[in-house]
Every structure is written in structure tokens, then in C-alpha cells.
Design a protein around this ligand. Sequence first.
Ligand code: BES
Ligand code: MN
Ligand code: ZN
Length: 508
Amino acid sequence: MIKITVKEENHSRHKTPCLIVPCLDQETPGPYLNSLDQALNKVISQSYKDRRFQGKLNQTLLLNAKGLFTADHVLLVGVGKADEFNLEKLRQASASSVKLAQKSCFTKAGFDFANKALSKALGKKVSAQDGTQAIAEGAALGLYRFDEYKSKSKDEPPPSQIKEIVVLVDSKQDLAQGRKGVSRGLTIASAVMEARSLQSHPSNKATPSYLAQTARALGRKHGFTCKVLGPGEMNKLGMGSLMGVAQGSEEPARFIIMEYSGAKKKGSPVVLVGKGVTFDTGGISLKPSASMDEMKMDMSGAAAVIGAMAAVAGVKLPVNVIGLVPATENMPSGKAIKPGDILTSMSKKTIEVLNTDAEGRLILCDALSYAERYKPRAVIDLATLTGAVLHALGHQAAAIMGNDDALIADLIASGEETGERLWQLPLWPEHEKAIKSDVADLKNIAGPGVGAGTITGAAFLKQFVGDMPWVHIDIAGTAWGGEDRHYVSKGPSGYGVRLLLRYLEQLS
Ligand code: BES
Ligand code: MN
Ligand code: ZN
């Protein structure tokens, strides 16, 4: 993990190989950058004039300043227009600039977060704690790479690496706040990276037991308890739907129960539920082989919940939170469930399995029934549930549906703040009708011609939440990034960790 320190120092006195300077999208650099511009023989204002650099969000320009300024190089990074500025923009700009600094073979950089001057230029206050937190999150997440399975070659030199960033602040008071912000930012980033690594590991490593081990280890490290149920205990609880999916696999299923008590009083907890299908072949309703490898990430909901538990405990939020992860493979075999089979769930509701590839809802429904024992103030489930959500929203937003408008609104707001966006889809009685079975209480897919695959998935889950306030978040599109962008690279995004943390933060 990158080292980030905070220093009370003016940029003109800070000796560094590379000074990163946030810039606004406007006609000229503005008075905020006047003295730096003068020192660099007006090369900054000239760049604005020539439109080589205009401060557009994530735009970068690396200048050699040797002999002209205390720093050897100045790296300008755009944070966008002043009236559109928020912490998400700063988080992105931090990632973009630090990534370029690393690519340019710097091993150390300074980040000029003169928050008074920046606040003045922006016309709004950016606190030292919030700002430094965003910078730390962006830098750490932007530099994340997963290379555990690559052999270290003796001939090739290791790729260059940024090892330290010094964030410059204005005053003693900001120094203390800045240190808090950086420490919080790095704790959160490391929880997101835990989630990304879980997503990245192939299914022969990240088995249900591996998810359980990881949750245990993180619980010990950050301070939450972790209990793990095996097949025998799940059968005893009557989790026939979850065990139905698990019966086709040689890998034993696990039910992971994480409990964090941060609130002094025994207040009712928020329950987080994450889909933990460590590999989804589709089962007897087998998926096509093209891109089937991607289904190693069908435990991204589980990764988000485990990561969120680590983050919540890591920053010691004063709330009570429970994390539940039903974990299994979905495999075809002589013992696997077949289309037409009927399962009895923990709720005693019977389910006709018309497609074994709609397995996520079959394991989540038993976890939702288990959640009832906590009398939760809210239940939030995250799942890579449907390919349909990719058609609807792409990689840009996850779909949210539920039975509680206030809960939905709070989560959408948290999504805007963290950049982990949500878009609400409706959940109407017609959708619930579409999953009634002729021979059992429910069927696990809607009939042909109904469409709305993401919504009927949610409608199925709704049958198991009783009157608990509940939302379902379909992350099949957001869990895996489509392209490299700022602090999320192509591949595992760790989506959900920061969203859940932010939601829980504003509760407390
Ligand atoms: N895990 C998949 C959904 C998925 C698709 C996740 C693409 C990530 C990327 C899920 O279990 C599934 O197979 N869903 C089916 C549901 C259908 C059978 C009703 C789907 O989306 O096709
Ligand atoms: Mn499936
Ligand atoms: Zn699946």
C-alpha cells in the first residue's frame, strides 16, 4: 500500500521530484495559480491560452520545472468546472495524476492541497479532512493492480512504483484534520482493494471456504465477529433453496455471518446480504462457453459486503451492522438440480426451478429469511443477479429496487457522493404476479414474454422479506469495469464498499 503523509508547507518551499497541482476548468489558470505561473515563466497561462491544458476533469500536463521552481516537475491535473466541483472530482483527479506520475517513473510526489486557496477559487469550502480523504482514496485505488499470479521475471525490471505522496496543507489545524482524512481514506481504500482481490481470484482459489476464511481474517484484523455455517447446519435451518443450488457442486457451501457492534446501545442493526456464487456455470441450464470465465466474479456482492464490514469496523462507525453471505458454486453434475425441480426454502415457500441459471435468487432468499431474526432497521442485498441490468444501465450505475422509498432515496444519495451510482427501477404488482408458479408457490424465472429480467429478479426476492425495510441492488453491470477510468481500472471495481459505508455513515 502506498504511503501518504501530510505536511504543513507552502508549495514554493516543498522539495519534491514532482508536485501535483489541481487546476480548474476555465479560460485562464486564475489568481489561484498566479505565483506558480510566474515562477514557471507563464507556461501555465500559455497552456490555457493554447488549449493544450484547460483544467478539464482528469486532464493532465507534466511540466519540467528544474531550475525555475523548488519542485523539479509540476504535474497539472484538471478538477473540472468550479460550480460542478465535489469530492468525487478530487478523488478522480488524484487517481489520474498519481497514475501519470507513476507512469512517468516518479517514486515520490507532492500533492498541493492548499485548501484555503482552492476553496476560494471554487467559491465553496473543502475541509482538510474530506479533501485529504478523497485524495488518499483516489491515489490508493488508482494504483491498485492484481498481479498475484504473475511470476517475477529476473530479466525484466519491476515496473516503476510510486511509494510515497506528501499532501501539502495550509495550517496546523489542517495538519491534524488532514492526517485523520488520510488515515480514513487509506482504511477505506484497503477495504475496497480486499473486495477487488476477492473478485479477481479465480474460482479454484476463491471457493466458498476461501470467502469464509477471508471474512474471518478481516474480522480479526478490524474487529467484527465471524461465524461460518456448513452444509449440515444449513440443512438443519431448512435452507433448502440455497442447498438446492449447492447440491451440484463438490465444493461445500458456506453461510458466512459477520456481526459488528459499533453502537453503544443494542439498537436494531442494518443487515447487508451479498450473493456469493464463486462460479456460475448456469448449472444444468448451462451457460455458453464464450466468456464463461467471467463468472468467477459472481461473488461480487459477497466481496462488497465483506469489504464493507472491513471498512465499517476499520473506521469504527457507531452503528450495528450484520453481514450475511450465502456462498456456493453453481455446477452441473449428476446430483445437480434440474429444470422443473421444486425446492422448499427456509421460509417454507416452495420454488419451482425453471432455470438453474437463475441461482442467485435461490441462495439469497434463504439469506433474507435468516436476516429476519435480527429485526433489522434495514436490509440491503447486493448481487450480480441479472445480465439484463447490463443492457439497461451498462457499467455506469447499479439498479436499485425495494419496498421502502426513504431507504432507496438515502442509498441513491450515498451513490452520488461516492460515485457508486444507483438508478431506481419500478417494482409493481404485475412483476410479482409474473413469478407465481402453477405447481409451487413461486417459480424462479418469469414466463416468456414478460421481459424486465432485473425487476422480476427483485420481485422474487421481495417474497422473502416480509415487512422488513429492504432494497435489492443489482450490480451485474458495475461490479466489473468496462474500461480504465480514473480510480477504477478495467476489471474488478469493488463496487458497493464505499456506497454501503457512506450510507451507514450518514445513519450514525
Ligand atoms: N450471474 C448471472 C448474472 C450475470 C450476468 C452476472 C452477466 C454478471 C454478468 C446470473 O446468475 C444469471 O445467470 N442470470 C440469468 C437470469 C435468467 C436465467 C433469468 C441471466 O441474466 O441471464
Ligand atoms: Mn446464473
Ligand atoms: Zn449468477
